[in-house]
Design a protein around this ligand. Structure first.
Ligand code: KG4
Ligand code: ZN
Length: 320
């Protein structure tokens, strides 16, 4: 990426298998597994990169928002490393790191741009005008897009996490067999996915003749992607930016990637979407956000807290 930033290692200690049988993340299990997995993962990342702590300039960690127990484990470990190795600490907002994943994959990405963050907990559109300047434009008023994928997949018996399962099954289905609703929320351009979830559950109760589970998966995916793409492109037009950047776990969706590129590029925009490994939660994106903060001298004291809920930006941006 620009400014000489380069990913030397990006180790992911996934807990997905552990939570699969419960159909979602179990907070208590997640915290305990963080304690066990963290130190080996840090060591593995240093080994893979071929560096020691002495080579590190600063330690970046996600401290907000998220599952509080898991955040506390990560923040405590980061503080301990800083204290032991005499390094400064950078506390990073989770959504800021999803935005910065785009700079790792797309070196030409430039400000200002519209950022769509779609994950298990968020569906947000930001206007990003400079590092650290994120203005919220739209958010979801109920379920996040990833949550809708996960909940519908659970109702369809596809297991967890649901997004990748729906993505895969949808390839065998025909979205035209069943039309699902696309919600509009007032004049704010906010998102809503809970009605779509209800429509999927209703369809499962009374499957129309000739409609398969794969058709339902294709139709669900198309409904989510339609809304995300049309709203994002309309917002980029409204603010007159050149770039659209997509991030978060749902950005790994194959139809979203295809549709966003096709529609946005046809409308004259440039599109940045991280590689799949950089879309879903990972350490490199936290380091990317942390590196501009460290370069700007924006360090945090070792007294910094883990915070369960905090928006990245509270202000709604006015049109340019
Ligand atoms: O960003 P992320 O890894 O974790 C959060 O911060 O939430 O996003 C996880 C979400 C889950 O809801 C998962 O189902 C969804 O991303 N996801 C996908 C795909 N891969 C992961 N959704 C749709 N299609 C995919 N291929
Ligand atoms: Zn995430």
């Amino acid at each position: 990426m620009r400014d000489g930033r380069q990913v030397l290692s990006n180790i992911i200690a996934s807990q997905d298998k552990l939570h699969q049988k419960f159909g979602g993340v179990v907070p208590e299990i997640a915290c305990r597994r963080h304690v066990e997995a963290l130190q080996p993962a840090v060591q593995e990342s240093l080994d893979y990169a071929g560096v020691s702590l002495a080579h590190i300039d600063a330690v970046a960690v996600t401290n907000r928002p998220g599952l509080i127990g898991a955040l506390i484990v990560g923040v405590s470990a980061a503080k301990a490393i800083c204290l032991a190795a005499g390094k400064p600490l950078v506390a990073v907002h989770h959504l800021e790191s999803h935005i910065w994943a785009n700079f790792l994959s797309e070196p030409d990405l430039s400000f200002p741009f519209i950022s769509l963050i779609v994950s298990g907990g968020h569906t947000d559109l930001f206007l990003v005008t400079a590092p650290g300047d994120y203005q919220i434009i739209s958010r979801t008023v109920d379920d996040a897009a990833g949550e809708c994928f996960d909940k519908c997949a659970r109702a369809m018996g596809l297991g967890w996490p649901g997004g990748p399962a729906v993505d895969k099954l949808a390839r065998e289905g025909d979205a035209a067999k069943l039309r699902l609703p696309r919600a509009r929320v007032g004049t704010t351009g906010d998102f809503s996915f809970s009605g779509l979830k209800t429509a999927v559950v209703r369809s499962l109760e009374h499957m129309p003749p000739g409609v398969t589970l794969a058709d339902l998966a294709a139709s669900l995916q198309e409904a989510i992607v339609d809304v995300l793409v049309s709203r994002t492109v309309a917002t980029a037009e409204r603010f007159g930016v050149q770039w659209i950047a997509v991030g978060g776990g749902v950005a790994a969706n194959s139809l979203l990637q295809y549709q966003m590129r096709a529609t946005a590029e046809a409308a004259g925009f440039q599109v940045a979407i991280p590689s799949i490994r950089l879309c879903t939660d990972n350490a490199a994106m936290v380091a990317a956000a942390g590196s501009w903060r460290a370069a700007a001298g924006l360090f945090d004291p070792l007294s910094v807290d883990a915070i369960a809920t905090e928006p990245l930006a509270g202000q709604r941006a006015a049109p340019a």
